[in-house]
Design a protein around this ligand. Structure first.
Ligand SMILES: [Zn+2]
Ligand SMILES: [Zn+2]
Length: 433
């Protein structure tokens, strides 16, 4: 190189340097050769760029310039100085010809699989296998300024085909459908964004949990422990609500997020907010009114109007702290004393301290929490039975506030009345919104 070399000559030499470096590693197809100059001549297909570069290098070679390249890259050229090459090796060192066979096949598979889904927005992605990834890195090193990666090229081909076939638009942030070409597994994987539905539920019976409890021993498959049902309870709020939704959305399963939960033996007679998440939905525009009607045929669960929601709603439902009003039918061990009962009327915004209840200690940390009981009303049902209306903070252990939990909740109704509690039948009657 001469000292007075101008920048433009340097750039020209850089292009020749890149081309010869690429063409010296083995046979490289037009697409891969062109991809190393992808960022130049915007809009021209890589194949055409590759063909032009190859022609140009062939011209130089035929004019007598010495360039180190593998001659299998110039099989079909008639050089005046050289014999025409006989070899027929045409497997590209870089892409292993995936663009002529595998990629079109996978694009076809992607279209076929995407057809099963109802979607408005999508995003494509590519996972390269180890060999392709390494070669991709090698090319990017040879041509760091102009090259595009194999991944980007596959994404572009796939994205274009999806747009042409379905007329949908790309969304980088929150696509409804993710279409992934996996070259490790040689298959297309589709991820459909979960469908979120918001509503409120009432639980009209005792004895079913909010979420489905799978048998711990068999994890839902069915065994002796669970009487071959896979589940520990005959039904659940989740099971009843998910049934029409999973069917209509053609989903796989659901996740259920309630704004708190009542115990299995407690009814919930006011609408408790929830978000149900349908996993892998094929259909997104489902008829929520029809789903509601179907759910409300159940004798166990009723739902309020359902509406489409988002992931953020899961957080707001989970974090909502709603005061609750409970009704409890309490049976005591001794006869009730009418004068003692008067003390209950004095419970007015009373702070109570609750250690984690004995019944949940096996799965929760032993903590001390403070809650406020806003008011307690009572009605005498019989000598030993009371109906109590208790309004309290979200997260109050109400049963423990009634029976005292062996002194772990203070004060408690049992303590105030100096009367042991034998039985509690509890309902949530109002969730303050
Ligand atoms: Zn190639
Ligand atoms: Zn089981």
């Amino acid at each position: 190189m001469s000292a007075e070399e101008t920048p433009s000559e340097k750039d020209a030499l850089e292009i020749i340097r890149i081309a010869s470096d690429i063409l010296n590693i083995g046979y490289v197809c037009d697409k891969c050769l062109g991809r190393t100059f992808s960022k130049l001549l915007h809009g021209m297909p890589n194949e055409e760029k590759g063909r032009s570069i190859r022609n140009f290098i062939a011209l130089l070679l035929d004019s007598g310039v010495t360039i180190n390249v593998k001659m299998e890259n110039f099989q079909e050229y008639n050089f005046r100085r050289l014999d025409k090459l006989q070899s027929n090796k045409t497997v590209c060192f870089v892409c292993e010809n995936i663009f002529s066979e595998i990629v079109p096949k996978l694009v076809k598979e992607a279209i076929k699989k995407a057809k099963r889904y109802e979607f408005e927005t999508f995003l494509v992605g590519t996972v390269l296998n180890k060999a392709l990834h390494e070669k991709d890195q090698m090319i990017l090193k040879i041509s760091p300024n102009y090259s595009e990666s194999i991944k980007d090229e596959i994404n572009r081909i796939l994205g274009k085909s999806i747009v042409e076939k379905f007329g949908k638009s790309v969304n980088y942030i929150d696509p409804q459908l993710q279409i992934l070409v996996n070259l490790k597994k040689l298959k297309v994987e589709i991820r459909s964004k979960n469908l979120y539905i918001y509503g409120g539920y009432k639980k009209l019976v005792r004895g079913i949990p909010q979420t489905t409890w799978y048998c711990k021993r068999c994890r839902g498959k069915g065994c002796k422990n669970c009487n071959w049902k896979g589940k520990m309870y005959r039904s659940s709020v989740q099971q009843i609500i998910e049934k029409p939704l999973i069917r209509m959305a053609k989903g796989k399963k659901s996740s259920f997020h309630g704004s708190g939960r009542e115990d299995i033996d407690v009814r919930c007679l006011d609408y408790r907010p929830f978000v149900i998440e349908i996993v892998d939905p094929k259909i997104r525009n489902i008829d929520l009114y029809r789903a509601k009607t179907e759910i409300n045929r159940s004798k166990y669960v009723q739902v309020s109007d359902l509406k489409f929601a988002s992931k953020d709603d899961v957080i707001s439902v989970k974090e909502a702290k709603n005061d609750k009003v409970y009704r409890a039918i309490v049976t005591f061990s001794k006869n009730l004393d009418k004068r003692e009962l008067e003390k209950l009327s004095n419970i007015n915004n009373v702070r109570i301290l609750q250690k984690t209840p004995i019944r949940v200690l096996h799965r929760r940390a032993d903590l001390l929490r403070e809650r406020v009981v806003k008011r307690v009303e009572y009605r005498i049902l019989s000598k030993r039975r009371l109906e109590l209306i208790i309004e309290c903070d979200a997260g109050t252990y109400v049963k423990e506030f009634i029976h005292g939990d062996e002194g772990r909740t203070k004060p408690s109704i049992a303590e105030i009345l100096q009367n042991k509690v034998k039985k509690i039948i509890l309902d949530v009657i109002e969730i303050k919104k």
